[in-house]
Design a protein around this ligand. Structure first.
Ligand code: ADQ
Length: 743
């Protein structure tokens, strides 16, 4: 309706304007037609009058002549008649003859276009006809005709013309609006069906789209183009954003406008521990926690995790929630309680003795037990129920973290079909042959494919996952868009390299580098100026600590000059101590450190200091700032955040990073000294190079690495996932509106 008014009103105005402009032209035209009629009428009247008039004149009957003229002028259009016998003298005429028409001025009316006389009685038409015959003297007959009827008709013509144009405008508008409406609907329907991959045309009356295979490639191209444009826009936007908690908050406000955000992980970001009659709060050593914590602070959502601390139950409310961080609460932890059997089967068993070694190529055999699997399924179900009870809307965004919850995406979807589930796998994904070892291979894959978006650190992990799905389950894999269609749902498999907060918290770097150097050396009984290397890890066999010690041993073998002049401090956080493999690994690491120290300690400091105990992040940063180099020698690692933390800690642009080629981080930090941890000689050479590298080269390498970590920080990691989730939700809502579900 609004469209019609918007179109019809201007059209009416335009046509009224045209009518107004055209009317005078039409007036002139009709006037000339009427004047021509009057001329010929005058000629006819003159011819008719000639004979009787001449008879009267010849008979000299002037009174009779005037009476004759009066009779003739009863015709309403013949206004007056006169006769001039000579150019001088008075005319023999009816009384109505206008005073302007005089016998001595008859020439004035003689021309072809000089017939009009504007008199007090209105417009008049004057015709002068010469009358001559053999029987009568020559004279001039004057016929004056009334033209007021022409004016009347001209007014009527203008009126008709106006009504005609208005009518025309109405008809034209109506037809145009009908055609426009029809073609708009048709066009919209056409584009809609084209976007949906259907044909443009519909069978008349059927409502069903015909199958027009010819159109499908166009539709696919168009869909792909839209996707490309969207992702282009994203990457453009992404590059323009300076990623920080504020920009992440702006995305949450702008793109996700107060959407309900829930994180699920096994490890909680804050653990409450009882120490005598005091309760202490600890932050666990975990890459996942390091990454997610700043995001939760930014978005104030709910973090669901296993309540594992000895005082965790003492601090929660009746809904098992506690606000954190303790000093400045910004979000809620919802704690889920697990029994000892559940924890043994789900966490130690299936997750850490099964999936962890399965996904890492670290030469430790995975162990799969059906009892562990049953607990894994039950605990995943328990967390799915917790998600459903914490959800404030029917379509929250749920960020599922890591290999502890492979089944959770599918289970969440059963509870909340409209949720957007983003699952992130923090560890590597192996090739299909390795993964095939898992007896519940298909269930794990199907569980993960409940995700809307499934993230890995590197493209090769994405490739491995898609290859595994393609090999083992009935799903449609699209390698162009990297999506998997399974059970009527689409999962996008994406690379999101994780990172750390940038800039690091002020508290981490407030102690000056020279102060850190001296205090750490004092703490470990090392002389000032003593060369120092550090390793910071969970005491996990994937971190390559044994290989690291072997490389140090090799360095001292090859370059004995370093004996007594260099010490390596390994800060190792105890982890998964309930698993035999980890107990053996710890024993092996301890024995190796003792053996190497025994072999190379003459006088002075030992080559290796092993600290198997928990350290707070501030203490870890102090070690990073005190060291000449940091050695990351993982045998296989999804990303490895320690490498990025070392770079972030070095705001003095000094220090060397030695980095295993088998970490995700090696792809992002090529300025590190990249090594194969299995190659002891190569690692020893890298250690020597690090100990002797000129400050200038250290600075050049460190600046490049700091630039990368600053730009690709953890806010970008989370922001990209959330932007993708927001785009996906917009697309889903559009599909619902247009009546089409994602296939
Ligand atoms: P992790 O295997 O735990 O993470 P990593 O990424 O290096 O490995 O993160 C460890 C975190 O714990 C770091 O923040 C580090 O500072 C801290 N940490 C390590 N040892 C510590 C110690 N001794 N004392 C105190 N803190 C310590 C998993 C994957 C990685 C992936 C992350 C994030 O295995 O590949 O990078 O998740 O996705």
């Amino acid at each position: 309706m609004r469209l019609s008014l918007r179109f019809v009103l201007p059209l009416m105005l335009v046509l009224a304007g045209i009518a107004y402009a055209v009317a005078p032209m039409v007036d002139r035209l009709t006037l000339s037609w009427f004047v021509r009629d009057l001329d010929s009428r005058a000629a006819l009247v003159a011819n008719t009058l000639q004979e009787p008039l001449q008879e009267q004149l010849t008979a000299g009957r002037k009174a009779k002549t005037i009476e004759f003229f009066n009779r003739m002028t009863r015709d309403e259009r013949l206004f007056a008649i006169g006769y001039c016998a000579a150019p001088t003298g008075k005319a023999l005429a009816t009384r109505s003859l206008p005073a302007e028409v005089r016998c001595d001025e008859l020439k004035r009316w003689a021309g072809p276009s000089d017939h009009l006389l504007a008199s007090d009685q209105g417009p008049l038409h004057v015709t002068v006809k010469r009358m001559a015959s053999d029987a009568a003297p020559e004279g001039q007959l004057v016929l004056v005709q009334d033209m007021s009827f022409i004016t009347r008709r001209s007014e009527e013509t203008k009126q008709y013309l106006f009504y005609l144009f208005m009518g025309l405008a109405a008809v034209v508008s109506l037809i145009t609006v009908i055609i426009a409406q029809l073609s708009w609907r048709g066009w919209v329907a056409g584009v809609r069906s084209l976007l949906h991959g259907e044909g443009l045309l519909r069978q008349p009356g059927s409502g069903a789209a015909p199958d027009l295979p010819g159109f499908k490639p166009i539709a696919r191209d168009l869909q792909r183009l839209i996707r490309d444009l969207e992702s282009d826009a994203h990457s453009r936007d992404e590059n323009q954003i300076t990623w920080s908690p504020e920009s992440l908050r702006a995305i949450l406000r702008g793109e996700l406008r107060g959407e309900d955000i829930i994180v699920v992980s096994n490890r909680e970001p804050y653990v409450h521990q009882r120490r005598g009659d005091r309760i202490e709060v600890q932050q666990p050593a975990s890459g996942l926690v390091t990454a997610m914590e700043p995001i939760m602070r930014a978005c104030s959502g709910t973090w669901i995790a296993h309540g594992s601390g000895s005082a965790d139950r003492d601090v929660v409310d009746k809904h098992d929630r506690v606000a954190v961080p303790p000093q400045k609460p910004a979000y809620q932890i919802r704690r889920v309680w697990l029994s000892a059997e559940e924890e043994a089967g789900y966490y130690y068993g299936f997750a850490n003795e099964g999936l962890w070694p399965l996904c890492h190529i670290a030469h430790v055999r995975p162990t799969f037990r059906s009892g562990d699997w049953a607990q894994y399924v039950a605990v995943n179900r328990k967390f799915a129920k917790a998600v459903a009870s914490e959800a404030k809307t029917k379509d929250p965004i749920v960020l599922v973290q890591d290999y502890h919850f492979a089944l959770l995406p599918k289970m969440i979807r059963e509870e909340l079909p409209d949720a957007t589930v983003i699952a992130f796998w923090h560890i590597p994904w192996p090739n299909p042959e390795s993964f095939a070892i898992c007896p519940w291979r298909d269930e794990v894959l199907e569980g993960m494919l409940g995700s809307s978006i499934l993230g890995f650190h590197t493209q090769s992990h994405c490739n491995n996952f898609v290859d595994t799905v393609d090999r083992f389950i009935e799903a449609r894999v699209d390698r162009d868009s990297f999506t998997v269609s399974f059970g009527g749902r689409l999962t996008a498999v994406r690379r999101y390299p994780i990172s750390i907060a940038w800039p690091p918290a002020a508290a981490m770097v407030e102690k000056a580098v020279p102060d850190c150097r001296s205090s750490i050396r004092q703490l470990n009984d090392l002389p000032p100026g003593h060369k120092l290397g550090v390793g910071v890890d969970r005491l996990d066999y994937t971190k390559g600590i044994v290989e690291r010690f072997r490389a140090i041993e090799r360095l001292l073998e090859l370059n004995p000059g370093w004996i007594g002049r260099f010490t390596f401090v390994q800060v190792a956080a105890p982890t998964r101590a309930g698993i035999e493999e980890y107990q053996q690994h710890e024993a092996q690491v301890r024995a190796m450190a003792t053996r190497i120290n025994g072999r190379f300690t003459r006088q002075g400091p030992p080559p290796i200091v092993l600290k198997v105990e928990h350290h707070e992040p501030r203490e870890v940063y102090e070690y990073f700032r005190a060291a000449d180099f940091c050695f990351v020698s993982s045998l296989h690692d999804g990303m490895n955040l320690v490498a990025k933390e070392f770079v972030a800690a070095r705001d003095d642009d000094c220090g060397v990073l030695i980095l295993s080629q088998f970490t995700g981080a090696a792809r992002e930090l090529p300025e590190a000294l990249i090594v194969n941890p299995y190659d002891a000689d190569q690692c020893a050479a890298a250690l020597h190079l690090a100990l002797t590298m000129p400050a200038e080269e250290q600075r050049d390498r460190m600046r490049l690495m700091r630039g990368l970590v600053a730009e690709f920080n953890v806010f970008r990691w989370a922001g990209r996932m959330l932007l993708d989730a927001a785009a996906m939700r917009r697309r889903d809502r559009l599909n619902v509106k247009t009546g089409r579900a994602e296939a």
